[in-house]
Design a protein around this ligand. Structure first.
Ligand code: CA
Length: 735
């Protein structure tokens, strides 16, 4: 009876809700981060540069704020970018080195545990574009499109050639040495393109065009110019502006900076032309100080430059504008750091980041609503050099290329030329203690870096070889750094699986599955272990018509398959286990890669399933689980179940490809990965039994099998035989 009025109210509420949502959406600020590369502190007009006019970069400072104490979190490219894009000290996640170009290595770059600013802004439906230099990993799992960006235009390496005619390599697997990567053709998302413009101009063009096509929704542009990083290359158009500079290096450098400045101008002009400048935050900064000798840059009164922990390495030209919110033409003198970009952006986009941030929303400080300093203390660490720096108020403690600490008052002595007598400084001990505490929270580097190029290449002889996703891998195992290979079967000797390693399950075993397990269905050929599922009748020798057990009351099996296992042959406790396999996803199939504890009965022995593929609530899913006995003796599951459709969407031929399943098992956790993507993390302490026994603190043995039926679904409409292929099983342990 009263249906009508209710409907009307509901409709009105709905309309109101969507209208205010739309308004909300509109008011979210756009975010543009313009990052220059190796630009000197004194090489922009707003920091007093005389010989290189930067009227457009200076516009940002005039429209907003110039930071005199703007810092990056590291003094070279890669780690500095990792800090910027995550809003966190990069040492929190082991990014303490400058990554090498290693397209086969999923560990070489920004760990997948980390959320990028693009990931975070996605929660508020931002569109995001990364342009230019990535340098956060060249493996496909670390590509910008896998790290939250909707679009990418640029290159994956740490630097690049600027003239399009020098971009001759079709892809990353034509790279044969670290600096060859500078010659790869640019990527538009995953596709190689023929660029025709000078690189800096091309990147500006892409930024402008993205602004144009996304003006109606909030967007984030990470415009990471590689200029003015070496090689020193500029076009006549820009060189002609600096005829008065005699020094050749400085002249080319100036031309490169001038090209960036033009690009910044085009971006700002486009924002103004579209009327969206007011509500767009634009940040401008350099990723580290200028390497003066190398590229002709100038850090002015700051001591040293790129790679140093004196101010010249870490204090950079830094400005921002957001006309709708912050005043114009102001100077802000308190220390700020790149992490603040992330914190400011997410707080104003009203999203909550996944990880703990080290940055601060600067807006209340810049509007004068908050007094004091955004950061009491800032830290820097160069792991391999055993070097560090701490800025606390006006003071800085630094140990760089030395065994002793120095202390400066960087407000009074910005050039760090007058070390204070540490003995007279009451706050020295406090600062030192704060550093020790902070450093204790940080992680050692998780990959080798640019300084270990040779060592890395020796360890990874197939560093630049392309792995064919449809074929077995014949490369040498890429042993993770800090680990050694404990045990492996590469399945490269044709015949039966090696009897020193493998034994078999036989007959009916578990879950009322339909197959009869027999050794005959497992064989090694063409570099893989083939487990074959067949439609084949086998008489059950244990048959008893009225027996209550399904293992006995079935007269015969309609299917056969194999389960190989390392029981009594091999087991291991902690380490990394990696299996590359191609699974069969047909109806009825239930392939698995798993392991079981060596003592106690199931489930008290502890089970880890790196892979199970079966039907769960009618949907085909990939599972990553652990199971153990709860306090009542019943099974407890910690499961991740991901619909296979998610993978098919990204890779329609997913089932035709080999994939890598990985278990990373330590004393505290078990992490299960598929192709470098973390699917599940199991906290081991949850598995402790009443008597204090923890099944994940005992060795486990390995099982590989193809079950048929049961959770796998009804195989009766499926054609046979089916094949489950295992390319290798490798187990690594910490050295
Ligand atoms: Ca740099």
């Amino acid at each position: 009876m009263n249906i009508k009025p209710t409907l009307t109210i509901a409709l009105a509420q709905l309309l109101f809700a969507s209208a205010s949502q739309a308004q909300e959406q509109q008011t979210l600020p756009n975010v543009i981060v313009i990052l220059a590369d190796d630009l000197g502190y004194a090489d922009v007009g707003f920091n007093g540069c005389k010989d290189i006019p930067t009227p457009n970069i200076d516009r940002i400072a005039q429209n907003g704020i110039r930071f005199t104490n703007g810092y990056v979190s590291y003094s070279v490219c890669g780690p500095s970018r990792a800090g910027l894009i995550t809003g966190r000290y990069q040492d929190r996640f082991g990014f303490g080195r400058n990554p090498l170009f290693a397209p086969n290595d999923p560990e070489m770059g920004l760990p997948l545990s980390e959320q990028t600013l693009a990931d975070a802004l996605n929660q508020a439906n931002y569109k995001s574009l990364a342009i230019g230099k990535w340098h956060l990993g060249a493996h496909e799992s670390l590509h910008p499109l896998k790290r939250g960006f909707d679009d990418f235009y640029g290159f994956l390496s740490g630097g690049h050639q600027y003239f399009p005619e020098d971009l001759t390599l079709e892809d990353e697997f034509e790279v044969k040495a670290q600096y060859d990567a500078y010659k790869t053709k640019l990527l538009q998302n995953h596709k190689r393109v023929e660029e025709s413009e000078y690189l800096t101009d091309a990147f500006s063009r892409e930024a402008v065009s993205y602004i144009e096509s996304n003006q109606d929704n909030p967007f984030f542009i990470y415009l990471a110019y590689n200029a003015p990083h070496a090689p020193l290359q500029a076009t006549e158009k820009y060189l002609d502006r600096f005829k008065q500079i005699d020094n050749r290096k400085r002249r080319i450098y100036a031309a490169m900076v001038s090209a960036v400045d033009d690009g910044v101008g085009q971006v700002l002009d486009k924002l103004e032309e579209l009327g969206i400048s007011d509500n767009t935050m634009v940040f401008f900064l350099s990723d580290n100080g200028g390497p003066e000798e190398h590229n002709g840059s100038d850090n002015g009164i700051l001591r040293e430059g790129k790679s140093s922990l004196y101010e010249g390495g870490i204090r950079v030209p830094f400005a921002m504008q957001w006309p709708a919110q912050i005043p114009a033409g102001k100077v802000y003198d308190q220390p700020v750091i790149t992490f603040d970009i992330f914190a400011t952006a997410v707080e104003n986009a009203k999203v909550s980041p996944k990880n703990q941030l080290d940055g601060v929303n600067l807006i209340p400080y810049l509007k004068g609503e908050k007094q004091g300093t955004p950061h009491e203390t800032l830290y820097w660490r160069k792991f391999d050099q055993n070097a560090y720096a701490v800025r606390s108020g006006d003071y800085k403690v630094v140990r760089y290329k030395s065994d002793v600490d120095e202390m400066f008052d960087v407000e009074k002595d910005i050039s760090e030329t007058r070390p204070l007598s540490i003995a007279d400084q009451a706050n020295y001990a406090e600062i030192k203690q704060a550093y020790t505490k902070w450093s204790g929270e940080m992680k050692d580097p998780v990959f080798l870096g640019l300084m270990q190029d040779e060592e890395y290449s020796q360890q990874n002889p197939n560093r630049f070889r392309r792995l064919n996703p449809y074929e077995p891998d014949t490369m040498k195992p890429a042993v993770p750094s800090g680990y050694s290979l404990l045990w492996a079967d590469e399945f490269d000797k044709p015949g039966k699986p090696d009897s020193l390693y493998w034994t078999y399950e036989e007959g009916f075993v578990r879950n009322e599955e339909l197959q009869w397990y027999q050794p005959d269905n497992a064989k090694v050929r063409n570099g893989v272990l083939e487990i074959e599922g067949r439609r084949e009748r086998v008489k059950n020798p244990h048959y008893e018509k009225d027996n209550r057990s399904w293992k006995k009351n079935r007269r015969e099996a309609e299917y056969t398959s194999a389960c190989v296992k390392t029981t009594d042959k091999f087991s291991f406790q902690y380490g990394i286990m990696e299996v590359r396999a191609k699974i069969d996803t047909s109806m009825g199939m239930w392939p698995a890669i798993w392991s079981l504890g060596v003592t106690r009965r199931w489930p008290a022995n502890g089970e880890v399933d790196q892979l199970e593929f079966y039907r769960h609530q009618g949907k085909a899913k990939l599972l990553a689980n652990a199971a153990w006995a709860g306090s009542d003796g019943k099974i407890v599951w910690d499961s991740a179940r991901i619909p296979i459709d998610d993978f098919l969407e990204a890779q329609p031929d997913w089932p035709e490809r080999f994939h890598v399943w990985k278990m990373d098992w330590t004393e505290s956790y078990i992490r299960l990965y598929l192709d470098g993507q973390l699917l599940n993390e199991i906290d081991i302490k949850n598995a402790e039994y009443l008597d204090g026994f923890n099944p994940f603190h005992q060795p486990q043995y390995i099982l590989l099998n193809l079950a048929i039926g049961s959770n796998g679904g009804d195989p009766s409409g499926t054609s046979f035989p089916r094949k489950y292929l295992v390319d290798y099983v490798r187990v690594y342990q910490k050295e």
